[in-house]
Ligand binder design. Sequence first.
Ligand code: ADP
Length: 705
Amino acid sequence: MSLTEALAQERRARLAAERLLDAKQAELFAANKKLSSHALALSDEIVEKREEVAIVRTEAEELRGQNSRVLSDLEEANHAIVIAQRRLWDSVETIEDGFAVFDSDNRLVAANSAYLSVFDGMECVAPGILYNDIIHILAEEGVVDIGNTKRTEWCAEMIARWRGEQLGSRTIKLWNGGFIKLVDRRSENGDTVSLALNITDTIRYEQKLKEARSKAEAANRAKSAFLANMSHELRTPMNGVVGMADLLAETALTEEQHLFVETIKSSGEALLILINDVLDFSKIEAEKLVLHPDVFDLERSIFDVVTLLQASIQDRDLDIVVDYDMFLPTRFVGDAGRVRQVLTNLVGNAVKFTEAGQVLIRVVGLPDGESDDFRVHVTVEDTGIGIPEEMIDKIFGEFTQVEDERNRKFEGTGLGLAITEQLIKLMGGEIWVDSVFGEGSCFGFHLTMHAPDGPVTDLDSLPDWISRVVLIDSQTPGNIILANQLNMLGIEIWRPEEGIKAGDFRSGDVLLIDNALSDGSGIDHLRKVRQSGCTAPAVIINADPVMEFLSGDQPASAQPKPLSRRALIATLARMQPEQAGSVDGPAPQLPSAPPKKIHRKMRILAAEDNKTNRLVFSKLVKALNIELEFAVNGRDAVEKWRGFQPDLVFMDISMPEVDGKQATQMIRAEEAKSGLARTTIVALTAHAMEGDDTAILAAGLDHYL
Ligand code: ADP
């Protein structure tokens, strides 16, 4: 090879080596670069891992701490459980009653000593024993006193009870006279907790209470019987005293003697009221008072009470006014006697404590629910002396009277309102009072009563032809109420001025004239109106019973005071419309009852052993046109009945030899035997306790007074 070639070859080799070197250098550089970035990442990872290791280490340390805490807590909890269990059992052990738990297989899990004590010495009764076996042991070992029940029956019954859905409590008697009440309850997990309560003391106490109660009841019966006898014994002589004083008052007496006799009479009457009040109150106290509900007319009861009290206010400037809701029925179911007693007390008090002004009895009512029951409100409002505020709360208490110089003069027992309140309560109602001292009082009560005829009133019976009432009256509260009531019936009211003429009247008019006018009597007014030629039908209100006759040539219907809604409507309904041509037409005639033909006097036989009572009786019936015969005992009564043939017999019950009941039975037997008509026999007796009437009526008497 030439040198040139050799040089060229060497140069090529060198160049190639240089290129290779460059390439290797670039490779090395790239590798270095990769290596360094790898190393960087690696070092980051190392740092991260190191941190993680540190966290894990701390967590591990914490866990270790927690673990040791949990361990110690667990230890504490275990300790607490042991203590709680011990305390629980200590407590269960200390109770005197038996306590046991049975599992769902009815095996005894645990029981306290009290439970086990009845099985003293029987080691088989221990945790694990079946409930059925316990029952058999109880019966067979004579632990329980099962009386005459067969052992098998008793066990079967006890086991059936245990298996039943509802575990009702059960009392068992032990051999030693003790009583255990078993109260068992099933828990949700099927266990049954059984309590055996020792109720020996309670049962003994109940026994004692029962004995004490029957003793108290016997004492109460004795008290009632004593009261009945006492009231009978007191009433009879007191009736004699009052009756005799009454007779004596009619004899020739000096003024002074007359005063003495009147005092005897009024004191006697007061004593009779007191006896009745005390008797009523004791009966209510002893819960002996029974209501006798029947259909009665409330409005009539009110008017009866008012009529009775009217007599005592004749000489006073006092009006008793009744405002009975026009749209309220009057017939209700209730104890008429007791309702009347309540009304008599409230209206009686109002009249007693009101010198002048008015006593307003207002009755309103609304249907109570769907039925025909009505809630009836009655208020008795007076313009009397009133009750001091501090006494209002006490006024219904027994023997409470306002001690004040103004009412000290009034008689009374202080029992009336107490009895009234009790009666209202007994009837299911409520009573209240409002009063302003010196101005007046308002007593009110409400009762819910059934209306047997439904919500009907007698408003429908009002004749259509009446369109206007010409009212000649003074505007007293009673007349204002009357006008209101007429208005409510759809009737126009016209109060004419002085000097009315026939021409002022129109057909369909009815004339209503108040007899108690300040400027002369109603009769005079009627006369004037009639003289003017008016023949409109007329009613005189506030009239005396004889007014109808007095009005004679000026025909008019006369209505006494106060005028009830029923009487008002009945009077209007009876009216005949005026004939056409009012002025000249014939005067309307009032329908009058046909005269009764009397053949002979009524014969009355009164059997009464007490001479004074016989005298009082004859005095009571003195004014009657009757033939009266007395019998002095039951035997005499039967004999007199045969001979005298009375229409009516009044029969005393307590009589010597043959009493009233026996005498009646003898009469009834004879009537039946001889086919005679039944004679009405009325018991007239002071046996006025609850139930007396039943026994008396059962003996064949027809009525009881
Ligand atoms: P009595 O009327 O027999 O005394 P009550 O129990 O009926 O007994 O009444 C108790 C007292 O309540 C009366 O004595 C009287 O002081 C007072 N009182 C009752 N009603 C009224 C009334 N309408 N106005 C004023 N005081 C009354």
